[in-house]
Every structure is written in C-alpha cells, then in structure tokens.
Design a protein. Structure first.
Length: 151
C-alpha cells in the first residue's frame, strides 16, 4: 500500500565565511560556498558558489558547476556542468564548461569552450588511412563588451 522511497542523503556544504582566508590547495567533497578568500588550487566534487564578498585566486578550479557573484581569477577553470555569472561577477581565466549563463554587467576575460559529454556509442568512427575527415580545430572569436568567448 505504501511505497518506500529511498531518500538521497543531502550533499555536504562547506562554507568559507567572509572573514576567512585559505592559502594552498583546497579539496572539498560536496558543495562549497565562498564568502571569504581562497589563494590556491581548488577542487570540488559538487558545486561552487562565490558570493559578492568572495574571491578565488589560483592556478586551477575544478567543480561540477560554478555560480559567481564575486571574483574568480584562475588560469584554468574546468566544469562538468554550467557556469553562471551574476551581474556583478568578475571571471578571469580559460574556461571549459557544458554551458554558460552570463548576465548583463558581468565581466569575463579569457577563453571559453563549451563541451557536452560525448556518448562513445554516438561517436563517428575514424577514417582509416585518410586525414581528410580529421576534425579541424577552429575557434571563431566572439567579443561581447569585455567578454571574449571562443566556440
């Protein structure tokens, strides 16, 4: 009569408060909310939210998704899902994400690549002995205000 549903355990949330500062590599299992400052490499197995008072500055940022209302400066940003830049957000660095959502007023400097996950069963077989069908790396540049995006 009553079905039993398995509940998913809630994702752990780590909060770096506004008066906190971290220097060095940071690894988080779950989600991360940044109100303070992080200097270093950041890897998160979940989503990252950088609030207006937050700053991440480092060589690499890896996460599932990223929401920015503050400042992120990273040489390489790799996301499995989407990037959301709020109207006061600032982002600097080369980005790879599945999707981009950039609000008017946001500032982005760097190169962006959007790549959806590829299903191996759907991939075309490589041509044998011929380079005519090899994918060519073409990245036309689109400039929107201070936003530079590559396709």
């Amino acid at each position: 009569m009553f079905s039993r549903r398995r509940r998913q355990p809630p994702t752990a949330l780590t909060v770096l408060s506004a008066k906190s500062e971290v220097q060095g590599d940071l690894f988080v299992e779950g989600d991360l909310r940044v109100e303070g400052i992080i200097h270093g490499r950041v890897e998160v197995r979940g989503n990252v939210e950088v609030l207006a008072s937050g700053l991440i500055e480092g060589s690499e940022l890896r996460a599932n998704g990223l929401v920015i209302h503050g400042i992120v400066k990273a040489t390489k940003i790799t996301l499995d899902d989407r990037l959301y830049l709020g109207s006061n957000a600032q982002l600097e660095g080369d980005l790879t994400a599945a999707a981009l959502d950039i609000q008017p007023g946001a500032r982005y400097v760097g190169y962006a690549s959007t790549q959806a996950a590829i299903n191996p069963a759907m991939a075309l077989p490589a041509a044998q002995g011929s380079q005519d069908f090899a994918p060519k790396k073409q990245q036309p540049e689109i400039i929107l205000g201070e936003t530079k995006v590559l396709r």
